[in-house]
Design a protein around this ligand. Structure first.
Ligand code: DON
Length: 611
């Protein structure tokens, strides 16, 4: 029985629905049982195959795929396919940047060469999030089994102080979001160069070459860049980027060519001199001059001291599959592993479309986010109990507190503002080396500040520190003292570049996302959809998503992503619901029989390029 529900109010971030026909099971106090019966019929279907690629005719060790049934009114259909290739694949939010990575692999480069080429190209073609003025995290798994992760997160400048973003009454200001004070010291150039020097096979000059071409010769603006510039014009026209992106005061029109000569010059300097050009040389001078123009605090010393950090990636397992994930200063790996461990304590999970499943997801996210928000921070500044948080025994303890017929309450807080921008790209080369990279300026176009003469935007990553501990940040995350502003500290991140191996230890998935804290839950749901619900990657990416981050104490779900019956039953057991247009921007690659399947986020734009 489906329930007819109508939205009667939206209040404090919770969609309040009214049932016009009460669920019989809920009336009897057994809401979950009926919902299990309502679960979608499951059809078995095998994935299409690509014969005899470099991965051989043998496929990954995963059972046959199943076609899910999406709720009526849901925006996507099942049974689509991603881009299939035999050898190699790049998936990013810019088709031109993916092509840059694929070009490098066709010229003999490996996945790391291609990832760095894609990263620099994204700084040109996807300026809302692709960057050299921000930072990120990269997880690497070489075909010979070596794994690595590199943290090139921004750091708080030396002159930063705990209370620099609050007003005399203790309330946060917008200075951690907009303008020159909002930026951490960028890590992208140092991080990408370091990853390349350790695991790449080509020179920095070679892999930056496509980005230089795209900046110097220009590329044709598409409607998605135009829309994004239109949306952010109030911010961007306040700063020096206005000349490049708003010729004549209007966003550069779709179909016209965007040439970024200053950026091309900066990239040429980096190609010729390495990261020193950015951290000590001419680019550093321009960046510091920009800071001085706007009373910012990043100095030459800050830039000269910046170092990316190689970290031991987190390793965990979920029902025989292995996860290779990002440790702090990102919370991504820890939080995802903690949630998955909680779910693994159940012998099996309810069907995808049941409210019982949504309830368990929400409760596992809730518990993992409480730990995230209260215990995680830059490990150089606090003792992060990663081993304990990611242990199976911790999950067992947390799982025992979950009731099957009652939502736990954390507390009710303000609603979450809409996410802005970050970008994730996944790369696999013909040998099976894999790279998952997520990079960000934090908000779309970061702080809005554009380095005059150097041609790039600066991040507003300082807002990922707890600028006013106890008050929500731009993503509604409430974090504690451990993440307060301190010089040299890396702001806690949610970025979750992740690589999954099948039970035989062979590459299965490369995934990650944009979307603030929904990065963690969105990436994890794609992984669960593949492993637990046996969806194809295309279906796993198209399936409705939900999110819970403990505070605010409600489930965010995508419009028409829950059936009315599911919404009603979740409400009946005490969940707040908050409906949103779209959650998370994931870009993923999955190994399929004989090759690779690349899927760009269907809610966004970009390109999967393989050969
Ligand atoms: O590192 C983080 O968690 C945030 N700076 C990510 C921001 C983000 O994903 C914006 N959204 N698309």
């Amino acid at each position: 029985m489906d329930l007819e529900l109508s939205v009667v109010a939206e209040k404090n971030g919770s969609t309040i629905r009214e049932a016009t026909r009460a669920p019989a099971d809920a009336q009897r106090g057994r809401p979950l049982r009926g919902l299990l019966l309502l679960s979608a019929a499951i059809l078995l279907a095998c994935r299409p195959m690509v014969a005899n690629g470099v991965f051989g005719s043998g496929g990954p060790s995963i059972p046959a795929r199943r076609t899910p049934e999406f709720p009526t009114g849901w925006r996507f259909t099942t049974g689509e396919r991603g881009v299939i290739s035999r050898n190699a694949m790049v998936v990013s939010n810019s088709a031109l940047a993916s092509e840059a990575g694929a070009e490098i692999m066709r010229r003999g480069g490996n996945a790391i060469d291609a990832a760095v080429a894609t990263g620099f190209a994204l700084a040109v073609t996807y300026p809302v999030a692709g960057n050299i003025g921000g930072g990120g995290f990269m997880v690497i798994r070489m075909a010979d089994g070596r794994v690595a992760s590199i943290d090139y997160r921004e750091v708080a400048p030396l002159a930063s102080t705990r209370n620099m973003y609050i007003d005399p009454s203790g309330m946060r200001t917008d200075k951690s979001l907009v303008g020159h004070l909002a930026s951490g010291v960028p890590g992208a150039v140092a991080g990408m160069a370091e990853a390349l020097s350790k695991y790449g096979s080509m020179s920095l000059g070679d892999v930056i070459e496509p980005a230089i071409r795209l900046a110097g010769e220009g590329f044709v603006v598409d409607s998605s860049l135009w829309r994004s510039l239109t949306g952010d014009s109030a911010l961007l026209t306040r700063f020096a980027g206005a000349t490049t992106f708003y010729p004549g005061g209007r966003p550069i029109a779709p179909g016209s060519r965007l040439v970024q000569q200053d950026l091309a010059r900066t990239l040429r300097l980096i190609a010729a001199q390495g990261p020193a050009a950015f951290y000590r040389g001419e680019v550093a001078d321009l960046l510091v001059a920009e800071m001085q123009r706007g009373a910012g605090i990043i100095t030459k010393e800050d830039l000269a001291r910046y170092r990316p950090i190689w970290r031991e990636p987190l390793r965990s397992s979920y029902r025989g599959y292995s996860l290779i994930a990002m440790p702090p200063a990102s919370s991504g790996g820890t939080t995802m592993i903690e949630s998955l461990n909680i779910l693994e304590t159940y012998a099996s999970l309810p069907p995808f479309h049941s409210s019982a499943y949504k309830h368990l997801l929400a409760e596992s996210f809730r518990r993992a986010f409480v730990d995230r928000n209260t215990k995680l921070c830059d490990p150089a500044f606090c003792n992060v109990p990663v081993a304990q948080l990611t242990s199976k025994s911790h999950a067992e303890t947390l799982a025992q507190t979950i009731k099957s017929n009652q939502a736990t309450r954390t507390s009710s807080m303000a609603s979450i503002p809409a996410g802005t921008h970050t970008t994730h790209y996944s790369v696999v080369d013909a040998k099976g080396n894999a790279v998952a990279t997520t990079t960000t300026l934090n908000g779309g176009y970061g702080s809005g500040v554009y380095v005059t003469g150097a041609g790039f935007f600066l991040n507003n990553e300082m807002d990922d520190l707890a600028v006013a501990p106890g008050q929500p940040n731009m993503f509604g995350l409430i974090e504690g003292e451990q993440n307060a502003v301190q010089p040299g500290k890396r702001p806690l991140s949610s970025m979750s570049p992740t690589i999954v191996l099948d039970p035989r230890g062979e590459l299965l998935l490369v995934a990650g996302a944009a979307g603030g804290p929904t990065i963690i839950t969105g990436t994890m749901q794609v992984i669960l959809n593949v492993i637990e619900h046996r969806m194809s990657l295309a279906d796993a990416m198209r399936a409705p998503r939900m999110h819970h981050q403990a505070w605010p104490d409600s489930i965010r779900f995508e419009r028409n992503g829950f059936t009315a019956a599911v919404s009603d039953s979740l409400t009946a057991i005490g969940h707040g619901l908050y409906q949103t247009q779209a959650l998370t921007n994931v870009n993923a690659i999955m190994r399929v029989r004989g090759g690779l399947e690349g899927v760009v986020e269907p809610r966004g734009s970009g390109g999967a390029v393989g050969y």
